[in-house]
Design a protein around this ligand. Structure first.
Ligand code: SAH
Ligand code: SF4
Ligand code: F3S
Length: 455
């Protein structure tokens, strides 16, 4: 009988992908269980992007420690970005943790497990190699009842934005060979996946050292027969070239949504962040994207209260939000991170100012989101039905090509299919609609227009 494995995942989609790969690597000996109390192995796959995420890890592993009293054979592994950052310190602070493995180290997890089972006290896998090669995993992909899936195309980051911990936790950029990515995508599609999101911290710089480019990979992925929807994240504005912009106009499976983190609207702050683009460059990209693909939906990340951000700098961010009108934003209060340059800047912003600025951007964005989402009311949109909504109203939840969540009443058999929905109501973060007669013609007819005009 197989042993039981419980995985708790924090952080970005790349961590979710890594968690799936760990399950895959361990699948000959372990199967997933739903609660940590049943587990023989608990993996906590951690994130270190902002302070709170880290604290959560320490309190969570503290809780898992007690389970060792009932099951002395239980092993606990802490993986991911906090593991990389803390290394041996983590084992000192939480000596009951058996394995500490950073994002590169997770591939040696099966071997490390054997060692701790043989009696070794603890294993730390936190060496970061600059010439790291992402290993291909021989075991079959996990069973996919998923409608959509992620595929990591590159690992690490070379950008060293001054606020960001990722280059220290995930190491240098390495791209997976296109053949491996395409093979994985083809297998996912043959297992029923309808939507694939290509992942990396900076996907636009994919292919360096492999003699290929991101737009080249994107074109190959969009050629896979049966694959209806393709997305990618995250893009760095400095690497978003015209050939990638053109893909939004050319490639039918490529969804009309781009998440393009701007971080700040002030050139002075962007410079201190080491972002390597200006406000004007960013606005020019937005204009070119909208010219090439008028229905494109844009979302962004931004940081308020980063070191030295003045009232005037912050106003520039506000004015950029008004100018671009993103559909959604993810806004964060700056949080100093270990090893980063910005943590050592001596003009840190007061916590109260950060909080007030965050409230202000979120209030402004709520207005903008409501306006943008409101523009879809009365329209028919094509959605991919993902599952049952968690809103408790017995609705299904689906997603438009523009990445808007739509909830509606319909039979569960629609999960995994494409439907046409008439949008009836807009909220800040989602839409409510009703199902159009299933026999109506699909909107996805090979053109790049997926929203019917207002009748
Ligand atoms: N690679 C992506 C994003 C990585 S992290 C990119 O380059 O855009 C996701 C988001 O977390 C970032 O876009 C940024 O807005 C936020 N973030 C990163 N470090 C942060 C910090 N120290 N404090 C607050 N927010 C941060
Ligand atoms: Fe962090 Fe910047 Fe790299 Fe994104 S591009 S992961 S923000 S260093
Ligand atoms: Fe977090 Fe590491 Fe992802 S810090 S956001 S899990 S790259």
């Amino acid at each position: 009988m197989k042993k039981k494995l419980y995985v708790a995942t924090f952080g970005c989609q790349m961590n979710e992908y890594d968690s799936q790969r760990m399950v895959q690597m361990l699948s000959s000996d372990y199967e997933l269980c739903k609660v940590p109390e049943e587990a023989d192995l608990i993996i906590v796959n951690t994130c270190s992007i902002r302070e709170k995420a880290e604290n959560k890890v320490y309190s969570l592993v503290g809780r898992f420690r007690r389970l060792k009293d009932q099951n002395p054979d239980l092993k606990i592994a802490v993986t991911g970005c906090v593991a990389q950052q803390e290394g041996r310190r983590l084992q000192e602070r939480a000596p009951f943790v058996d394995i500490v493995a950073g994002p590169q180290g997770i591939h040696s997890l099966p071997k490390a497990l054997k060692e701790v089972h043989r009696g070794r006290q603890a294993v730390t896998l936190t060496t970061l190699q600059d010439d790291f090669v992402i290993p291909e995993i021989k075991a079959p992909l996990p069973e996919k009842d998923a409608v959509r899936t992620f595929i990591t195309i590159m690992q690490g980051c070379n950008n060293f934005c001054t606020y960001c911990v990722v280059p220290y936790t995930r190491g240098r950029e390495v791209s997976r060979p296109p053949a491996h990515i395409i093979d994985e995508a083809v297998r996912a599609v043959s297992q029923g996946v309808k939507e694939i999101t290509l992942l990396g911290q900076n996907v636009n710089s994919y292919g360096k050292g492999l003699g290929t480019t991101f737009s080249g990979l994107l074109r190959s992925i969009c050629n896979i027969s049966g694959l209806k929807r393709v997305r990618f994240t995250t893009s760095h504005p400095k690497d978003l070239t015209q050939d990638i912009i053109d893909c939004f106009g050319d490639l039918v499976p490529l969804c009309e949504h781009l998440h393009l983190p701007v971080q700040s609207g002030s050139n002075r702050v962007l410079k201190r962040m080491n972002r390597k683009y200006s406000r004007e460059h960013y606005l020019d990209i937005v204009e070119r994207l909208r010219r090439r693909c008028p229905q494109i939906v844009l979302t962004t990340d931004l940081i308020v209260g980063s070191p030295g951000e003045s009232d005037d700098d912050f106003e520039q961010t506000i004015s950029l939000l008004k100018e671009v009108e993103f559909d959604q934003i993810f806004a964060f209060k700056y949080s100093p991170r270990p090893n980063t340059k910005a943590a050592r800047f001596n003009d840190q912003v007061d916590e109260e100012i950060k909080s007030a600025r965050l409230t202000q951007v979120l209030e402004l964005q709520n207005e903008i989101s409501l306006k943008k989402y409101g523009m879809l009311v009365g329209r028919t949109v094509e959605v991919l039905v993902e599952g049952v909504s968690r809103n408790g109203r017995g609705q299904l939840t689906a997603r438009t090509r523009g990445n808007h969540v739509v909830n509606f009443h319909g039979p569960k058999e629609l999960i995994g299919t494409f439907c046409n929905i008439v949008v009836e109501k807009a909220g800040y973060h989602s839409l409510v609609g009703s199902l159009l007669d299933p026999s109506s013609a699909p909107l996805h007819n090979g053109s790049k227009v997926f929203t019917l005009p207002l009748s």
